[in-house]
Structure formats: C-alpha cells, structure tokens
Design a protein. Structure first.
Length: 388
C-alpha cells in the first residue's frame, strides 16, 4: 500500500468521515458503513464494500485511499505474547505488543517512532526521535492485531479487549493524531472499546493533560517513577519542565472531569539502588495521599545501553507492603515477553533517529566498556534535559 495525498479512510474518525461524505454530496451514514467494513470486517478493498453502490465505490477509489502500515515481523513469546514490528511511512520501524491474560487481551501500541523525552530507564528513549505516527499508523496497529489474531475472519485465536498507549513514544506529544485514533478505538461502529478499556499513558505533559478532557474520557496512567522532584528530574528529564505538583494538579483536574468514578494508575518502575528504597515508598504514600489512584510497580526490565538493575524480590515486596499498609491498591507487573524483547521499557524498533542521541549512547556504551568503566544511564541526564 502506498501513501498518496488522497484522504486515508483508515485514519479518519467518524466525524471526519461524515464530513468527507457530506462534502462529496453523499449521505452521512456512508461513514458508518465504511468504518464497519474497515475496522470491524477488516476489508480494505473498496470493491468489496458491497452495501455501497458501484458508482460511489468508483468515486471513492478515485478520490480516497485505504492505507495501513506494513507488518515486517511477528515474534511469539513462550508465554503467548506477540510482538509485531510495524513499518511506518517515515522509514522507521515501531513495535506493538499483545499480551494475553486470563479473561482479557491487552494490546500495547506505539504513538511515535522513537521518543524525544529520554527517560533513563527506557530503551525507546535511547533510540532518539524520528516522527509522530499518523492516525492510520496508530489505528493500523489495532487493525493488524485483529487481523493477525483472526478476529476479522472469525477464526479467533484471542481478542483484543484492552488497548494501552504505552508503546514507543509519548502519546500526548502526538496529541491530535492520538485523539483521533482513540475516537476510532472507542467508536461503536469501529472497535467499540469502552473508556475503561482504553488507557493513555503519559510521562506528564501537563498542558496536554489539561486539554485532554475536551477530547476524550479514556483512562489515564501516569509514569511517575519517583516520589520527589529531585529524583524524578534525574530519571525523567520532563520533570524539570513539569514538576510533580503541577502534574498532580493536572491529573486531578482530568479525573474530576470524568462522569464515572475512575482513578488513574500510577506507574512506578523500580530500579535497584535508585528509587526502590523503603523511604521512597513512604514518600510515595505521602505524595499520593490526595490523589485516589492505583499503583502499579514495574520491576525494571534490563536492556543494552543501560546498567540499571532489577530490584530484588524482597525490595519489591517491602515496597509493596509499605504502600498497601498506607491503604493503596498495589499491583506488581509480571514480566511478560522479555524473551522477545517486548517487556515494559524494552521496545526499541528501528528508528531513523533525527537527533544524535542514539549514536551518542552507543558511543558512550562502547567507551565505557573499552575503558573498563560501566555505562551509567544517569550520565546522560544533563544532555537529555536540554531537549525537553
Ligand atoms: S518512558 Fe515513555 S516518555 Fe519516557 S522515553 Fe520511554 S517512551 Fe518516551
């Protein structure tokens, strides 16, 4: 499938599809028909859309396109998870992961090729940044997962019941495209997932969280990873721009705008010797006192270019107990799919880096090894902080 300047029907929200048909002098209900063909039946050949007149199909073929990203590879983990490599128009490859669990199947999708934010515990950040994904490239990941899992053909291996925007990239730095993709994911005549089953995960782009309520009511996860500004700024450079107090204010505002009682998930990647001390847990309990939330602890998943270590089981257990005693609901994320490099924080793809970050990290790693000095991710924080 090639990209052209014609509108891409696969990447249009229902509202935009209706506008397209009305502007062409057609009935707006054609939008629902086309959405069902593409997103519920997996049909991307306009000739096969048989409840649309032949004349209109010819018109659509001349003036529009249906273009999806390409799947380059499908890796299947011993635990049943899949990682798919997706080629996008900018020339980069991004990754998406499907994690089957009892009673649900979660698809973790990417929003950018690379990421500009360079969190020190994240492999994606080390790739530098190439581009925002288009709406069709974001929604195309869900389309392909449904296709590969047999959901369109009825020979269903598993079903995608939940979508998390937790793959490569910071979703709220690709705001407009992510909002349109969320609309399609939650639209009844497309994938029809409920607001509770669709989660945006953000590192804390405060102005974008402030705008969110005007566009969606999806669930929210916050990558917090530290209980105070000093430590958070060290491991997440974005914190220098949007410190914790501003982030908390913004998250509370979004949660208050929702019509039901939902709470955000606070994501906390535990890194041995960095943020896994008992005092960090106590401080976290105090910090979150006024924000009803669930806490998800993620033991760090190692990757090359980082010498961070996973905490011991006893550190994780102690940390969890302190938070539970303080009254929080705490889960510890089970590591899945690390045999295919698809565990949390390990996604790398193949990013045509527009920055010099990836080569700088690789050079530092080589120098560190050559000089017998171990590579320290936090060495790079000063460089990264300048870019946020
Ligand atoms: S954790 Fe998210 S925001 Fe941070 S570098 Fe990785 S992809 Fe970007």
């Amino acid at each position: 499938m090639t990209a052209t300047d014609k509108p891409n029907l696969a990447g249009l929200s229902l509202e935009k599809l209706r506008t397209l048909f009305v502007d062409a002098g057609e009935k707006p209900f054609r939008a629902e028909q086309v959405m069902k063909w593409i997103h519920q039946r997996g049909v991307v050949d306009i000739d096969l859309m048989t409840d649309i007149s032949k004349d209109l199909r010819e018109k659509l073929k001349l003036s529009t396109q249906i273009s999806l990203p390409e799947i380059l590879q499908d890796y299947k983990s011993d635990d049943g998870s899949h990682k798919w490599i997706v080629k996008v128009a900018s020339g980069s490859n991004v990754e998406m992961v499907f994690i089957p669990e009892s009673g649900r199947g979660t698809l973790c999708i990417s929003s950018q090729a690379g990421c500009s934010l360079d969190c020190s515990f994240c492999a994606t950040g080390k790739q530098g940044f190439n581009s925002n994904l288009t709406v069709a490239e974001i929604i195309g990941q869900l389309w392909w997962a449904n296709s590969k899992l047999g959901c369109f053909s009825g020979e269903m291996e598993r079903r995608v019941s939940n979508v998390v925007m937790m793959g490569m990239g910071e979703p709220l730095l690709n705001f407009d495209n992510v909002m349109d993709a969320l609309n399609i994911i939650m639209e009844d005549c497309a994938y029809g997932l409920s607001k509770r089953k669709v989660t945006i995960s953000t590192s804390g782009v405060v102005p974008a969280i402030d705008r969110l309520k005007d566009y969606t009511d999806a669930s929210l996860a916050i990558s917090l990873h530290a209980p105070n500004d000093e430590l958070r700024s060290q491991i997440m450079p974005i914190n220098k721009k949007y410190p914790i107090a501003e982030l908390m204010r913004s998250v509370k505002g979004y949660m208050a705008s929702l019509s039901d009682k939902r709470v955000p998930v606070i994501e906390y990647t535990m890194i041995a010797g960095v943020n896994d001390h008992r005092q960090h847990a106590r401080d976290l309990a105090v910090l979150l006192r006024e924000l009803p939330c669930k806490i998800n602890l993620i033991p760090f998943n190692p990757f090359s270019l980082s010498d961070y270590r996973r905490p011991s089981d006893s550190s994780i257990s102690n940390f969890r107990q302190i938070l539970q005693k303080a009254g929080y609901t705490v889960t510890v994320r089970t590591t899945r799919a690390d045999d295919i490099g698809a565990a949390c924080g390990q996604l790398v793809g193949d990013v045509e880096d527009q920055t010099r970050r990836s080569s700088r990290y690789k050079q530092r790693a080589t120098e560190g090894k050559a000089g017998g000095k171990s590579f320290n991710s936090t060495d790079n924080l000063a460089i990264a902080a300048d870019r946020v």
